[in-house]
Write a protein that binds this ligand. Structure first.
Ligand SMILES: O=C[C@H](O)[C@H](O)COP(=O)(O)O
Ligand SMILES: C=C(OP(=O)(O)O)C(=O)O
Length: 352
């Protein structure tokens, strides 16, 4: 793997310039440059195409397995993420007859107000931000995880980030805070992988339904061309989208009645009625162990005939819970939302 694009060279050749407003600029490599310096080997590219297709088949009801998008709320430590990935890959192979397991590799975090925004923005978590380093470390991590044979999922928060990393991703989420955004809907219209739209933070599913309709359409949007210059990007429309139920404003929406209502609204709107249930976020009300109860309850709905439920999302890491950032971090424990630990994860997926 060619690692020749290094941060020092980039920062030397592109000195920050002071704009009139007082904002600062640090140039970044173009997406083409970053992809060329850390390319995806041909065998991994082939596997990613297969993973995307396997997910599409589940969404279309052609494969009865359950799609499980699982992993840390956010990645702050690549070593722990790789250890988690190795364990998850072994487990995924064992339960492959029932589940298609996709690892959450969330490198960007949407914040309610402010907070650490993820490895991509601030890999050292100093608050200073370093997108050059964040891009290199994020792409390297996704390459290493992909090389293990794991399908990867992420939340696409900045449309620019997908230009740098999207070729390594098999399933994408648009988060509750951005489902209503036209810019995100336009981006999904051009994404080559299946994408889930979360319901809004207030629990509304109408915004996700509108997002699915919009993303299925062609769009013209602002973007960056392959030479790194601004370009008008024309997208074809992404027909492989679905709703993710994550609860909202403290109210859950994973129960049979809520799922039925969602399926009926999706069907009336003429969009895909396949639903993934996010067992975390407002459904779990920040109590990680509630995810276990929710996953069992949702799988029971599926077993008793609700074929519209195609997937689960779970937040899981090596250690249970969460921690505040400090100089004395617990290895493998989330810095953002609480996660179930590895032991709980393994027990859950083997027993479901
Ligand atoms: O998934 C993680 C969080 O719920 C999301 O990023 C919002 O976090 P915040 O409310 O702590 O900012
Ligand atoms: C931020 C996330 O979810 P949501 O958009 O549902 O809050 C997430 O899945 O990490």
């Amino acid at each position: 793997m060619n690692m020749s694009l290094n941060i020092e060279t980039l920062n030397e050749t592109h000195q920050p310039s002071e704009a009139e407003s007082g904002t600062r600029e640090v140039p970044l490599p173009t997406p083409t440059e970053l992809r060329a310096s850390l390319p995806v080997p041909a065998h991994v590219q082939g596997r990613i195409r297969q993973h995307r297709e396997a997910i599409r088949r589940i969404l279309n009801g052609e494969d009865s397995r359950t799609l499980v998008v699982i992993g840390p709320c956010s990645i702050h430590d690549e070593v722990a993420a790789l250890e988690y990935g190795e364990k998850l890959k072994a487990l995924a192979d064992d339960v492959n007859d029932r589940f298609l397991i996709v690892m959450r590799t969330y490198l960007e975090k949407p914040r309610t107000t402010v907070g650490w925004k993820g490895l991509l923005y601030d890999p050292e978590r100093t608050g200073a931000g370093n997108l050059n380093e964040g891009l290199l470390r994020s792409r390297r991590l996704l390459l290493n995880l992909s090389d293990m044979g794991l399908p990867l999922a992420t939340e696409a928060l900045s449309p620019f980030a997908m230009d740098y990393l999207g070729d390594l991703v098999s399933w994408t989420a648009i988060g509750a805070r951005t489902t209503e955004s036209q810019v995100h809907r336009e981006m999904v219209s051009g994404l080559p992988m299946p994408t889930g739209f979360k319901n809004g933070t207030d629990g509304s599913i109408g915004v996700a339904i509108n997002a699915m309709k919009s993303a299925a359409h062609p769009h013209h949007r602002f973007g960056v061309g392959s030479n790194g210059a601004p370009a008008m990007i024309t997208t074809e429309g992404n027909p492989h989208t679905h709703l993710v139920l994550r609860g909202g404003r403290g109210i859950t929406n994973y129960d049979a009645e809520s799922v039925r209502e969602a399926v009926s609204a999706l069907s009336s709107a003429g969009v895909s009625a396949s639903v993934m249930v996010d067992c975390s976020h407002d459904n779990a009300q920040k109590q990680s162990e509630r995810q276990l109860v929710i996953a069992r309850e949702v799988m029971a709905q599926k077993r008793t005939g609700n074929s519209h439920i195609v997937g689960l999302m779970l937040e899981s890491f090596l250690e249970e819970g969460r921690q505040n950032d400090s100089d004395d971090l617990i290895y493998g424990c989330s810095l953002t939302d609480p996660c179930i630990g590895w032991k709980q994860t393994e027990e859950l997926l083997r027993s479901l």
